[in-house]
Design a protein around this ligand. Structure first.
Ligand code: FA5
Length: 347
């Protein structure tokens, strides 16, 4: 072997040893045993050599090439192992650590009570219908037997919209209750009728823990032949017992609403009372006020296009927002529409 070839071998082995990573190693490989590498110079020289020299040089060159190639392979496998070890060290994860809890959305308590009410009344054969929030004075008051001069207009402070509907329907208002849908449904579906109308209503009032300017009500209307308040009692006992998951009682008191005759206020047995314990919710009364109701006034049936001599019915209206407060023990109505996530996340 020539001295030059020995130097190339020595340098080559040292360079391979020094390669710090796979890219370095590839460069060194190219430099020594690549097509244009240092060994190729020796192969070129063979052309001019005698057959004797050719044989000797050829053997020496092949030996050097093989030695360098073996060194490269063993270094490559070392470097690959080192790279893998480094990767494993860096990308190591502890699979025994507890995972991060995904954040779930929450069903708003009001939405939950909406669903419950619609489901229970649906099971009892009531259709759920909808009506406009921007209403006319005609539907909100007049057709419910509350003419303009009637003092009952003051019972519900009204937001007026600066725009008239037409001569018959008069000014536009934000509906103060869901009762306009009694007339709308009678007009659309006629008798017999069995509906509830849950929806948002608006009143121009001062707010406090139990009063909001925007709140939700549920209207109920049942019209058929031979209907009495006994049916209302049965339906309400069933509805409330299913909603609160326990036996509930109701009681009637006289009440006044121009669109029903007779009118009643319906109280429900306090769902929070425990035997021999003072109750903060009903303050020992055992009953709480729940809703207004009554037999639909014959004039209202006429406004709805139904003959009061043939049909009669009852209607009720309760505060869905107050019901949600009761069900979820919320002590201030203003939390419900505040949009405060700290509140919403509790449900
Ligand atoms: C009415 O609105 C009648 N339309 C109910 C009715 C329907 C009577 C059909 C007869 C036949 P009232 O103004 O009392 O009635 O309101 C009904 C319920 O809405 C109340 O019992 C109360 O739960 C709720 N409510 C009234 N004002 C507010 C308020 N500012 N904030 C939250 N809830 C309220």
């Amino acid at each position: 072997m020539t001295q030059d070839l020995e130097i190339v071998l020595k340098d080559g082995l040292a360079a391979i040893d020094k390669a710090a990573n796979l890219t370095d190693l590839e460069e060194t490989e190219k430099e020594y045993i690549g097509r244009k590498g240092k060994l190729s110079e020796f192969f070129k020289k063979m052309g001019a050599a005698t057959p004797e020299e050719k044989k000797e040089l050829g053997q020496a060159l092949n030996k050097v090439k093989t030695e360098l190639e073996e060194k490269v392979e063993s270094k490559r496998s070392l470097l690959k192992k080192a790279e893998l070890a480094e990767k494993l060290e860096k990308e190591w994860i502890d699979v025994t650590l507890p995972g991060e809890k995904p954040k779930y959305g929450h069903v708003h308590p009001l939405t939950q009570v909406y669903k419950d009410v619609e489901q229970i009344f649906g099971q009892m054969g009531f259709a759920v219908v909808d009506g406009p929030e921007v209403e006319s004075e005609y539907y909100n008051f007049e057709a419910l037997n509350i003419p303009e001069t009637h003092p009952a207009r003051d019972m519900q402070d009204t937001f007026f919209i600066d725009k008239a509907a037409d001569e018959k329907h008069r000014r536009l208002v934000l509906r103060t209750h869901t009762s306009p849908n009694q007339i709308r449904s009678m007009e659309t579906y006629g008798a017999p009728l069995r509906i509830i109308v849950p929806g948002r209503v608006f009143r121009y009032e001062a707010t406090d823990a139990t009063h909001e300017t925007t709140f939700d009500q549920v209207e109920g209307l049942l019209i058929d032949k031979d209907i009495s308040l006994a049916d209302l009692k049965g339906i309400m006992v069933e509805f409330l017992s299913r909603l609160f998951g326990k036996d509930m009682k109701v009681r009637f008191r006289p009440g006044y609403f121009p669109f029903v005759e007779p009118g009643i206020e319906l109280d429900i047995s306090c769902p929070f009372c425990k035997v021999n314990e003072p109750c903060k919710v009903c303050k020992g009364q055992r009953y709480i006020e729940f809703m207004g109701a009554g037999m639909v006034h014959p004039k209202v049936l006429e406004y709805g296009g139904i003959d009061p001599n043939e049909y009669q019915g009852w209607a009720f209206g309760f505060g869905l927002t107050r019901l949600a407060m009761m069900k979820y023990k919320i002590d201030d109505i203003r939390h419900l529409l505040s949009g405060d996530l700290r509140f919403n996340k509790q449900f």
